[in-house]
Design a protein around this ligand. Structure first.
Ligand code: FPP
Length: 247
């Protein structure tokens, strides 16, 4: 299906160009209903679609979703397999929808650790969707921010050792340019569901100036309406970047 067209004149006002989300609470949502955890992840995948739709409608250019952290590998094998399977189903089911709505799929993290079948589908959809796009969906998979920063440091050190870069010139831009997706602007808004007040190793560098929105709602219950609420809350914040308020 075609998503609703963007509506810049909507009541939301200033729309963040990049929104990042920690999708949390799938397990607790399922437990509350006496269901297996995987049912929570399944309904969570429906929220992914709903939020993607809402983000496009609002005109959010980049949406980054924390789907699987480097720490998540220690979960029971059944749950990890189930999550990988859900990702695979999501791509099968929504590939056409992503392409039709000009949404490019990108991945950040260590996709090489994912099952080969999932990697192949990701690469295919990433290639296809990169041809003609207006919006970008970034899925953080086997992602950890400290590893990302350490890898950037390693790449910079290698260049310095090879004489390609003067260590004295290393600054914030140098580090930013060596992160996974250097061309993507930093998120202006970070949403976390299910009430936890933590960053959980998510985009530690990129979220330096982001507004944080935490809701008690579990991810499977987080749909279009609450996403718009978060955008409205973002609009009410006075963003100063360490400076003073403009009056
Ligand atoms: C956190 O809930 C959620 C995850 C670890 C997985 C998120 C995955 C999805 C929403 C499914 C598919 C994703 C895509 C992009 C199609 P939790 O299990 O930590 O919940 P809990 O804290 O209540 O136990």
């Amino acid at each position: 299906m075609e998503f609703p067209v963007p509506n810049p004149q909507s009541s939301i006002g200033n729309v963040p160009s990049h929104v990042a989300i920690i999708m949390d609470g799938n397990g607790r949502w399922a437990k509350q209903r006496g269901l297996p955890r995987l049912k929570g992840h399944e309904e969570g995948a429906q929220s992914v679609r709903a939020v993607l739709r809402a983000a496009r409608q609002a005109g959010v250019k980049y949406l980054t979703l924390y789907a699987f952290s480097t720490e998540n590998w220690v979960r029971p094998k059944d749950e990890v397999d189930g999550l990988m399977n859900l990702l695979s189903i999501f791509m099968d089911r929504y590939a056409k929808e992503l392409l039709k709505n000009k949404i490019r799929l990108r991945v950040m993290g260590q996709p090489e650790r994912l099952p080969e079948k999932v990697q192949k589908k990701l690469v295919k959809l990433m290639d296809e969707s990169a041809r003609d796009y207006e919006y970008t969906l970034i899925i953080a998979l086997s992602y950890g921010s400290r590893i990302e920063i350490a890898e950037a440091a390693k790449a910079i050190a290698r260049k310095a050792a090879a004489g390609e870069l003067d260590p004295e010139t290393v600054n914030e831009q140098t580090v930013a340019q060596h992160l996974y997706l250097p061309d993507v602007p930093d998120p202006e808004l970070m949403i976390r569901t299910s009430g936890e007040l933590r960053l959980s190793n998510f985009l530690l560098w990129q979220l330096s100036y982001a507004e944080l929105y935490v809701t008690e709602t579990y991810w499977p219950d987080f749909k279009e309406a609450e996403f718009f609420e978060a955008l409205k809350a973002f609009n009410k914040r006075g963003r100063r970047y360490g400076g003073v308020e403009n009056t």
